[in-house]
Design a protein around this ligand. Structure first.
Ligand code: C5P
Length: 480
């Protein structure tokens, strides 16, 4: 059987599978296996020996699989003939950046501004130009272009094209597609301000709005014509691509909306002198991935990061620190939070006799021994707080032997609620690598019993998303 990887799936489907897995207490791989098994059995029976799925509002396995078939949303982009047509080439790129498959149709007039060759090079698809093109008409090409997409975007929508749309004309490929379509349509008008203000255009705009056509822009500003300004500039390609993306992928569920999540990540640097320090090999990738996943789940995220070579995750409040003591101070300053996740590889010791100046080596003399003292244990400190203890405290345990036993002892010793335990012996390549094999230990608040859930090897992003899905389902349960 081919290797399974959910990394290539559409975001929404991937999140849905993770949520299902978390809800059913399975690893993501096991969940996918169940889905495939159910699908092969016609979706009627749950796999033998596996728990029946609880009634859920999530799409069932067949729906997930169906959605994944060609999971990229498809746009038919109709380019009208105006000076703004040159921006449509950028629009193709902006939509592709957002994971949207684009097929381009050029009106006759549009071809005077951009070539079919440029449009097809950027979209990696043939660009369509002619209603009576034998290559596409043999199976009613305009019908396919109208229907085999999730959205039609018209950019620029000229005054003439809007008039045709408002009146149901179908005398060229673009207008025939628009008339034959049963898909949502987004138009980006672009024209001279006087044409935009003309009573005929006003009537057409009102008619198109009544017909349920979505519109973006036009914006106000300078026109291509000299000394002309006003309302009529086409919306910028990024604005149009964003609007298309929002229509294609409506807001995903945000189970951690309203929750404050604190995450530590990366190593700490413990100074020996102004230029030297003690550190470890932590890359910070796992903690950063968790911050990103928590943000995607709607949380308000504070990431306290040791020195790493990673870009700050978008939409996350990042506090950069160097030493363990700085990290503790930043963590305490961030309280209160609803969930605290301590993924940092904090140095256990720091140097007491830190040199105020760079230590000089003296020929033939051994270096003065470094005196080390223990660093504060941030996880234990926060877990044992009387006031302001976060309701859910999660630690990490990186072990090279007796993984579960050591992690079980650690959850008790440190007083946290969950531990994400992983084997970091060099052979695993986890330290600094891109994937992770983890076990999640959860302590029952009432009984103190510890349950172990072993996850299949997966990328650090998938570990992050699975952990966040588990947190979301636990938070939802606690609130119920
Ligand atoms: O004791 P050990 O370092 O194995 O514990 C690992 C867990 O404790 C991690 O969650 C780590 O972030 C946290 N820790 C901490 N402060 C320390 C040492 C570890 O927060 N000084």
């Amino acid at each position: 059987m081919a290797n399974l990887s959910i990394r290539n799936l559409d975001d929404a489907i991937r999140d849905e599978i993770r949520l299902r897995a978390a809800r059913n207490g399975r690893s993501v791989e096991d969940e996918v296996r169940v889905i495939l098994r159910e699908a092969s059995q016609g979706g009627h029976t749950a796999a033998a020996g596996l728990p029946q799925e609880p009634p859920s509002t999530a799409p069932n396995s067949r729906e997930i699989l169906r959605q994944h078939e060609g999971s990229q949303p498809k746009v038919t982009l109709i380019v009208g003939g105006g000076i703004a047509a040159y921006k449509s080439l950028d629009l193709i790129r902006r939509m592709k950046e957002r994971g949207i498959h684009v097929r381009v149709v050029l009106t006759q007039a549009a071809q005077r501004f951009v070539t079919a060759l440029a449009a097809s090079a950027l979209s990696n698809e043939r660009a369509y130009t002619d209603l009576f093109d034998p290559q596409s008409e043999f199976d009613a090409g305009h019908i396919r272009l109208a229907r085999e997409c999730d959205l039609i975007v018209v950019a620029p929508a000229t005054a003439d094209l809007m008039a045709k749309m408002a009146n149901g004309h179908a005398d060229d490929l673009a207008s025939a597609i628009l008339l034959a379509s049963n898909k949502p349509i987004l138009i980006a008008p672009a024209m001279n301000p006087l044409m935009w203000g003309n009573a005929a255009t006003r009537r057409n705009v009102a008619q198109l709005q009544r017909d349920g056509i979505r519109m973006i822009g036009p914006n106000a500003g300078e026109m291509a014509e000299r000394n002309e300004a006003g309302v009529g500039r086409m919306a910028e390609p990024t604005e149009i691509a964003e609007a298309a993306n929002t229509l294609l992928r409506p807001q995903r569920p945000q189970p951690l909306k309203g929750k404050r999540v604190l995450i530590t990540a990366g190593p700490t640097h413990e100074p020996i002198d102004p230029v030297r320090y003690i550190a470890n090999r932590s890359s910070g990738k796992q903690g950063y991935a968790i911050a990103d996943a928590a943000r995607a789940a709607g949380a308000d995220v504070i990431l306290v990061s040791g020195p790493v070579e990673l870009d700050e995750p978008r939409g996350v409040n990042v506090k950069h620190v160097e030493s363990a003591r700085d990290m503790l101070a930043a963590v305490e300053a961030a309280l209160p939070v609803d969930i605290a996740i301590f993924a940092a590889a904090v140095a256990d010791w720091r140097v007491v006799n830190e040199g105020a100046q760079k230590l000089k080596k003296k020929a033939g003399e051994a270096m003065a021994p470094l005196q080390l003292t223990e660093n504060p244990d941030i996880l234990a400190t926060i877990s044992k707080l009387e006031a302001n203890r976060p309701p859910l405290v999660i630690g990490f345990a990186a072990e090279t032997e007796h993984l579960i036993d050591n992690a079980t002892a650690k959850i008790k010793r440190k007083g946290c609620d969950w531990i994400v335990a992983n084997d970091v012996s060099p052979a695993t390549g986890i330290m600094g690598g891109d994937s992770n094999t983890v076990n999640l230990l959860t302590r029952d608040k009432a009984t103190g019993e510890i349950a172990v859930d072993s996850w299949a090897p997966m990328s650090k992003e998938d570990v992050a998303a699975t952990l966040v899905a588990r947190i979301a389902s636990s938070v939802t349960k606690d609130n119920a």
